[in-house]
Design a protein around this ligand. Structure first.
Ligand code: COA
Length: 328
């Protein structure tokens, strides 16, 4: 029987023009560059302006990925957009992206899995390639999360940033792409990262708005514990399932939420520093966009090259996590 593999054929990113530094935040709220840097490693983040939206960032990143892959929107069979901050709750932003790209024969859907979304979407796309159903799939991770945080709440607003990145998976007949994957969820922690109002349980009213329930809330300590425990375990599992050791990994890209979380997790599995990609200092936590932005930068900086073995681990609201090992 003919076998297909999902080759990572193109990648691209799009970031809002405006950059907000820790020093600028410290002029507006009771925080400091020292506090943010020491606890998170973040120095600055990109923040959307009025003319920048989830759909426009996603489309811009997608165009770059398509160009690198040498295909047009019209060649796409499927578009998956991972995001928790779409332009609208309805329609799915994936259809806006599809329209902009002229991807007339593509199916399109959104995956809402918080910061885990891009890795979950990549694993999902790979299944459609492996079954032989589709040849060209666009996977986008995008967030405009700064419009969902309370800019007066220092517990959350300093942590996040906006951005988008996309990859194209192309069906090929030589062995490459995802070798192993896992997806997990522990719903007992659903309240730890929460948007209290805006969904159907608590639709926005004057009362919810004046209570600030439209903003993201987070139990930072619980999320920290969950993340540091999960990353190492997930990494071990996917490398074992791929039949390789941690030494065989050329580059490890974890979700970029907090440099302290990444360093702690990498140390717990003895992953040497030079194999761990960190760019949270420049972008903050861009949620579903963080892993694909890092993939794009790793290629651009020459830290990732064709044939390398890459490990991805993401974690986020739900609580959820997803990981995979792939040849790029
Ligand atoms: N600037 C200054 N002080 C701040 C602050 C800020 N931006 N944010 C919180 N503080 C204060 C708190 O109010 C608290 O003060 P108190 O002791 O007087 O009450 C103090 O700093 C310590 O807060 P704490 O929550 O214990 O800090 P921490 O060391 O746990 O770090 C996080 C907080 C959010 C950085 C950390 O918990 C974290 O990174 N969690 C994971 C978050 C994450 O990654 N989320 C996304 C997952 S996808």
């Amino acid at each position: 029987m003919q076998k297909f593999y999902g080759k990572l054929a193109g990648y691209g990113k799009a970031l809002p023009r405006k950059v907000v530094t820790n020093e600028e935040l410290a002029q507006r709220i009771d925080t400091s560059d020292e506090w943010i840097t020491e606890r998170t490693g973040i120095k600055q983040r990109h923040v959307v302006s009025e003319d920048e939206q989830c759909s426009t960032l996603a489309t811009q990143a997608a165009r770059e990925a398509l160009a690198k892959a040498g295909i047009d929107g019209a060649d796409l069979d499927l578009i998956i957009v991972a995001t928790s901050s779409p332009d609208y709750l309805t329609p799915p932003v994936s259809s806006q992206v599809q329209h902009e790209l002229g991807a007339t024969k593509a199916g399109a859907f959104v995956m809402v899995v918080g910061c885990t979304g891009f890795v979950s979407a990549l694993i999902t796309a790979d299944q459609f390639i492996k079954t032989g159903a589709y040849k060209n799939i666009l996977v986008v991770g995008v967030e405009v999360i700064t419009r969902m945080v309370n800019w007066e709440d220092r517990n959350t607003c300093v942590l996040f940033g906006d951005g988008a990145a996309a990859v194209v998976l192309k069906a090929v007949e030589f062995e490459t792409g995802i070798k192993s994957h896992l997806m997990g969820s522990d719903g007992s922690g659903w309240e730890h990262i929460l948007h209290p109002s805006g969904g159907t349980k608590n639709p926005p009213t004057h009362e919810t708005l004046s209570a600030g329930e439209q903003y993201l809330t987070m139990n930072g300590r619980e999320v920290f514990k969950f993340a540091t425990g999960t990353i190492g375990k997930a990494l071990h599992q996917v490398t074992t399932d791929a039949g390789i050791g941690l030494d065989d990994i050329d580059l490890f890209i974890p979700h970029q939420a907090n440099a302290r979380i990444i360093e702690y997790a990498a140390k717990s599995v003895n992953m040497p520093e030079h194999k761990v990609f960190i760019n949270v200092n420049r972008y903050g936590n861009t949620s579903a966009a963080s892993v694909p932005i890092a993939i794009t930068e790793a290629f651009d900086q020459g830290r990732l090259k064709e044939g390398d073995t890459l490990a991805l681990v993401a974690f986020g609201s739900g609580l959820t996590w997803a990981a995979c090992v792939l040849t790029v």
